[in-house]
Structures are given as C-alpha cells and as structure tokens.
Write a new protein. Structure first.
Length: 367
C-alpha cells in the first residue's frame, strides 16, 4: 500500500446544507444525525407532518427549493409513479454545481444515465449508491465504473446487530402468534367469515379507492394528520375493521412502501402520526345491504382542487356500491356518479363550451 494522504482529502459537513428527500422514519433519523454534525437540514416530503420536522429543527420546503439549495442530497422515498426518475436531466440542471448525492432509497428514483452525464459535467461532484435500477448491476454499468461514485450492493441495514434483531423479532412474532396474539408484522389478517367477506367485498374495494382518491387530492406540502370516516348503515352491529384497514391502506400506500393490512393498519397509521376516527350513521330501514355510503374526510389540508375542499380545509369524498360496483358519488360539494373501475382522470376546468373537447384532444395526443 501507499501512504497517499492527498488522495483522500474530503469536504467538511459543518455548515453545509443537506436536503433530505423523503422524510419518513429513516429520513427523519438521517436529519437528526446530520443536525448533530452541524449541518443545516431541509427536507421535502409532501405528506410529512410539519410538527415532526419542527421537533427536529428541520424546514420542510418544496422539491425545487430542496435540490436548489443543497450541498448534499440524501434520498429516502419509496419508488412510486410520482418518484420514478425524480432526479433527471431537468432536475440536475437546477442543482448547485458540486452537489453530492446519496441514494439509499430505490434505484428507480434516479435516472442513472442522467446521473452519469451530471457527474461528467461536474454538476454532481460525487455520488454514493446502495441501489440500482437493475440489481445486481452489470459489470459495464457506467456508474459502477465511475471514479466519482461509491457503490455498495444494496446493503440496507445489513449489520450483525440488525441481523440478530431480525431473528429475535421473528421468533417473538411466532411465539406471539402461537399464543393467539396479533403480530404487527403479520402478512395475513384474522379470519373473516366467508359469507361476510363475500358481502363486504365491493365495499372493501370502495373503501380503499376512496382512501386513495382522498390522499391524491392533497396538495404538496400538506401533511395528512387527521382522517374521519363515516359509515351510513341500518345495521347497528356492522363490523367496520376491514373497511377501516382498507381506507388506511388506500391513504398510506400511495405515499409509502409499507404494505397495510387488517393486522397492521392501526399500528402503521400511528407510526406515521395519522389519526383516524370513525362515525357510524344509523339509518332506519331494511338490513338488506350492509352500507348505504362511506365518506372519507381529511382535515386541515390544502386541496389540488378547490371543489374538493370546504372552507374549513377538509377534503371530502363519498361513495356507495351500486349493483355490486363501487361508485364515487361526491367530491367536496359536487355530486357525481362515477364507476370506480380502471384508471380515472380527475381534472378541474372552466365551465364553458369546448373544454371537454380540449381535454379529450390532449389525452389523444399524449396517448
């Protein structure tokens, strides 16, 4: 070996700005540790509660503000349609020259070819990658070969202590299950009678889709903290645990990589600081159908569509089952009747002749 001290001169972290993209459990811990190193930390996560950020001393900012101000960028978000290739040619052009990037999230959140170009151009000074779009990457992968890139083979939390902890957690979960206890990490749900599940099936689908729609109406920067679910039914003994779990699943899964089910729904919601309350509206009449309608309200948020938000800042969506098919029947104060099947585009437009034709033309051109 050689004693080449000059070869390993680095840069100081003190006083530098770190942008944490994805402010969940891992992102929050990274921010806390970076603060201890004397860094100025900002974060972007459209669904993170502002209270959590303030408690750590972190400022939540827009995506463009985060990447534009950062000396270092650390990525901790799930791979979703919204985060796919979020670092690309266009976004690299908005960054400071000499920014350093750490990706320990998912390979698909970074356009790898664009990252190579940014490294070669000096926009990105260095990159540290634990994940790749294709794993394992091919030997001729330009990022693997690049002298300004440090790579690891998707280690995640691969430490001796972590492996031991996982083994203990699995053993404790098995023992708990054998005792008849519920495990928060179970992949299956408690037994639901077949006849009940058959009757509730379209309502279960409706519940999840209402949750997904409601959270997608939330404007960026508005943390989802309080959700109220109303069930209108003539059955006083209606068990809504499965419906509540599916609404929670619909709200959380589009913004996270956590799998939500009947077992872990309440635990997952609590971990994200999400409070879900339920209201049972009793209706007089026949018990022939289990539910007349389900309403999901997200409080204290901004909406992407003014019509979906009341003056109090609530997003409201409502739906019911018709002939076995889930239907969206209300968005904010507007009554609609839309079958919740396949993909749906929800857009706001000026009420004047020709608008529907323009929307159709744009969709046709972009198809």
């Amino acid at each position: 070996g050689k004693w080449q001290r000059n070869k390993y001169v680095g840069v100081s972290l003190v006083g530098k700005t770190l942008a944490v993209l994805g402010f969940g459990k891992v992102g929050s811990e990274v921010a806390r540790r970076a603060k201890g190193l004397g860094m100025h930390v900002i974060a972007h996560d459209p669904y993170a509660p502002a209270e959590r950020a303030r408690a750590i001393g972190v400022e939540l900012v827009s995506f463009d503000e985060a990447i534009g101000a950062a000396d270092f960028i650390s990525m901790h978000m799930p791979l979703t349609p919204a985060t796919s290739n979020m670092l690309n040619n266009e976004t690299f052009a908005k960054m400071k020259k000499g920014v350093r990037i750490v990706n320990v999230a998912r390979g698909g959140v970074v356009d790898e070819e664009a990252l190579v170009r940014a490294l070669d151009a000096g926009i990105v000074a260095q990159a540290a990658l634990d994940v790749f779009s294709e794993e394992p990457p091919k030997q001729d992968n330009k990022l693997v070969q690049h002298e300004m890139v440090t790579v690891t083979p998707h280690l995640g939390a691969s430490t001796m202590e972590a492996q031991e902890g996982v083994a203990i957690e699995i053993a404790e979960a098995v023992v708990g299950a054998l005792k008849g206890e519920l495990a928060a990490t179970a992949v299956n749900a408690p037994m639901v009678p077949a006849e009940v599940l058959l009757e509730l099936k379209p309502y279960v689908i409706l519940a999840e889709k209402l949750g997904r729609l409601a959270v997608q109406l939330v404007a960026g920067g508005s943390g989802v903290k309080t959700v109220k679910v109303s069930y209108a039914s003539s059955r006083p003994d209606l068990d809504t645990r499965l419906l509540r779990a599916m609404i929670t699943k619909g709200i959380i899964e589009p913004i996270s990589d956590v799998y939500v089910n009947l077992v872990n729904a309440d635990y997952t919601a609590k971990q994200r600081g999400l409070r879900i309350t339920e209201e049972h509206i009793h209706l007089d009449g026949s018990h022939e159908i289990p539910l007349e309608f389900i309403k999901v309200q997200i409080a204290d948020v901004k909406s992407k569509f003014a019509s979906a938000t009341s003056k109090s800042g609530e997003i409201k969506v409502e739906g019911r089952v018709k002939d076995g098919i889930p239907h969206l029947t209300k968005v904010g104060s507007f009554r609609v009747d839309v079958s919740l099947e396949g993909s749906i585009i929800l857009c706001r437009q000026v009420d004047q002749p020709g608008m529907i034709g323009k929307v159709g033309s744009i969709l046709g051109e972009e198809n």
